[in-house]
Design a protein around this ligand. Structure first.
Ligand SMILES: C[S@@+](CC[C@H](N)C(=O)[O-])C[C@H]1O[C@@H](n2cnc3c(N)ncnc32)[C@H](O)[C@@H]1O
Length: 463
C-alpha cells in the first residue's frame, strides 16, 4: 500500500518520537502523528509523505490509549504552549527518560549509559515563572468557532499554534502560569483593544503593541510586567502600568521594552521603567537572585532547585577545587556551588547576564566567584586556568566544535554537563567519550506537559 498526502489511514500508535509526536508504522513506513500518544488507535490524515517517513494529523480517536487523561486546558491540542497534556504525568516522565536513553544509544552510540528515571516536580501546573504572550491583528480561531458570525475575529493576545509565527490563539488563561498572571493577561488585552494604537502585524511589521512578558517570583510572590512595543509612546503605555499597579499590589515592576526589529522575539532594544523597581527578587535554595526584564533565568523555579541539587551532587566538590562554569548565564550555578569550591569562574556571552551574576554574588555575600564576559570560544582558551571540575550548560545547539576541542585539551577530572536538548548532549558525548566515562545521567522535568527535558550527566576522566 502506498499512502498519499491527504489520505486518511487507521494507525496503531506504539511510541512517542523525540519531539513529542506519536509514532506508528504503516507497512514499515514510520508515520509521525500530531496529537496522538502511544497506545492510541487513530484515524489520521497524511499531511506529508517522504520516502522514509510520513507525517499525519489526528482526525479522530478510534480507541484511546490507557495513558490518556482529560486535558484541563481548553486550548490543549491546538496551542503550542504544551502538547502533552493529554498524557498521564507518569507516562510523560517515562517518555522523557526514554528519549534521553535513546539519544545516548543512537547518537552517542552508548546504549548502556545509566539514565535514571526522570525526577518529576510536584507542581505540574502554574510552574512557569516567565510567560511570553504575542499580539496578532487577528485571532486564530478554535475549531468550534469556525464559520460562526457571533465570534470576534479581531486582535489576539496569546500563544502560538505550534510551529507558526503568525497564528496566535487568544488565550484567556494559561494553566502553566500562576493565576494572577491570567488576570493581568486579560486586563492587558482589554486595555490594548480599547487603545488608539494598533496591534503590530506579524506579516506587515506595522503597528504598536507586540508582546506581553510576565515574570513571577514564587519565593516572594512578586510580578514583573513587561510590555513590548514597536516604538516609544510613553503616554499611551503609562496608563496601563498605572492601572496594573493600582489593581494588583503584587505587581512591583512595570517595564516598557521597545523593539523595532522585525524578528519575533520579545526582547527590547531598550527599556523604560514605568512603575516600581527594575528587578524582582527570586530565591533558589538559600540564595536570592535579582531578575531584570532581560535576565536569563530557569523558567521553573522549583525545578531549578532540583536541577542545581543534581549538579551539586554530581560535582562532588570538596572545598578545594577550581571550577569552571561554562555558559553560566546569571551565575546561578556558580553561586549554588561557591561554598563548596575554592573558586568558581563563570563564562557567559551576554554582558548584562554577567553584570547580574556579579550583583547576585554581592547580594549573597559570595566572594570566590568571578565572571568573564564574551564568547566561550574565545574566553575559554584565553583564560589560562586549569580547572578541576567543569560545569557545562550550553544552549540547545550544544557546544561549538572548537569549545569541545578546548574542553578535551583542558581535561578536567570531572565534568557535569547540563543539557536542555538530549540530541546535542549525545552528539557532544560522542566526542567526550574518548576521554570520559559517563557515570550517571539524571533527567529532571522542568517542563511538565511539554516534551522538553533537562538532563544532567556526570562525567569522569578515564585517561
Ligand atoms: C541554558 S543557558 C544556562 C544558564 C545558566 N547555567 C542557568 O542555569 O541559568 C545557556 C547560556 O549560555 C549563554 N551562551 C550562549 N552561547 C554562548 C557562547 N558562545 N559563549 C558564552 N555563553 C553563551 C547564553 O547567553 C545563556 O545564558
Amino acid at each position: 500500500m502506498s499512502v498519499k498526502k491527504g489520505q486518511d489511514v487507521e494507525l496503531e500508535v506504539t511510541q512517542i518520537a523525540f519531539g513529542g509526536r506519536g509514532l506508528a508504522r504503516l507497512e514499515g513506513l514510520a508515520v509521525f502523528v500530531d496529537g496522538a500518544i502511544a497506545g492510541d488507535r487513530v484515524l489520521a490524515r497524511i499531511v506529508k509523505k517522504k520516502k522514509s517517513y510520513a507525517e499525519a494529523r489526528l482526525v479522530s480517536l478510534i480507541s484511546p490509549s490507557p495513558f490518556r487523561v482529560d486535558p484541563p486546558c481548553p486550548y490543549s491540542g491546538i496551542c503550542g504552549g504544551c502538547t502533552w497534556q493529554q498524557m498521564s504525568y507518569e507516562k510523560q516522565l517515562y517518555y522523557k527518560q526514554q528519549h534521553v536513553q535513546e539519544a545516548f544509544g543512537h547518537i552517542a552510540l552508548m546504549p548502556d549509559v545509566n539514565v535514571k528515571p526522570t525526577v518529576g516536580t510536584e507542581r505540574v501546573f502554574g510552574y512557569r515563572n516567565k510567560m511570553e504572550f504575542s499580539c496578532a491583528e487577528r485571532r486564530w480561531l478554535m475549531p468550534d468557532e469556525l464559520g460562526r458570525d457571533d465570534v470576534d475575529t479581531g486582535m489576539a493576545l496569546g500563544l502560538h499554534v505550534p510551529g507558526t509565527f503568525h497564528k496566535v490563539l487568544d488565550i484567556q488563561a494559561c494553566l502553566l502560569q500562576p493565576d494572577l498572571g491570567n488576570r493581568i493577561l486579560c486586563d492587558v488585552r482589554d486595555f490594548i483593544k480599547a487603545s488608539a494604537l494598533p496591534v503590530y502585524g506579524l506579516k506587515s511589521h506595522e503597528g504598536f503593541w507586540r508582546f506581553l512578558v510576565l515574570r513571577h517570583s514564587s519565593a516572594f510572590d512578586e510580578w514583573m510586567v513587561n510590555i513590548v512595543t514597536a516604538s516609544e509612546a510613553r503616554d499611551q503605555v503609562q496608563p496601563l502600568a498605572d492601572l496594573l499597579v493600582q489593581r494588583y499590589p503584587n505587581v512591583i515592576s512595570v517595564i516598557n521594552s521597545i523593539s523595532g526589529r522585525k524578528a519575533g522575539v520579545a526582547v527590547g532594544e531598550y527599556e523604560l521603567l514605568l512603575e516600581g523597581r527594575s528587578t524582582i527578587l527570586e530565591r533558589i535554595g538559600d540564595f536570592e537572585f535579582e531578575l531584570s526584564a532581560s535576565s536569563f533565568f530557569q523558567t521553573n523555579t522549583t525545578g531549578a532547585r532540583l536541577l542545581y541539587d543534581t549538579v551539586r551532587r554530581f560535582a562532588r566538590l570538596g572545598g578545594d577545587e577550581t571550577v569552571l562554569d561554562l555558559y553560566c548565564g546569571t551565575g546561578t550555578i556558580a553561586i549554588y556551588l561557591a561554598a563548596e569550591a575554592r573558586e568558581v569562574i563563570g563564562l557567559e556571552v551576554v554582558e548584562s547576564a554577567v553584570a547580574d551574576a556579579r550583583r547576585n554574588c554581592r547580594r549573597n555575600g559570595i566572594d570566590n566567584c568571578r565572571f568573564v564576559a564574551g564568547d566561550v570560544r574565545q574566553t575559554l582558551p584565553a583564560l589560562g586556568v586549569q580547572p578541576d571540575v567543569m560545569i557545562i550548560d550550553p544552549p540547545r545547539a550544544g557546544m561549538h566544535a572548537d569549545v569541545l576541542q578546548e574542553v578535551m585539551t583542558l581535561r578536567p577530572r570531572r565534568m557535569v554537563y547540563v543539557s536542555c536538548n538530549p540530541a546535542t548532549l549525545a552528539r557532544d558525548m560522542l566526542q567526550l567519550k574518548e576521554a570520559y566515562r559517563v557515570l550517571e545521567v539524571q533527567p529532571v522535568d522542568m517542563f511538565p506537559h511539554t516534551f522538553h527535558i533537562e538532563a544532567v550527566a556526570a562525567l569522569e576522566r578515564v585517561s
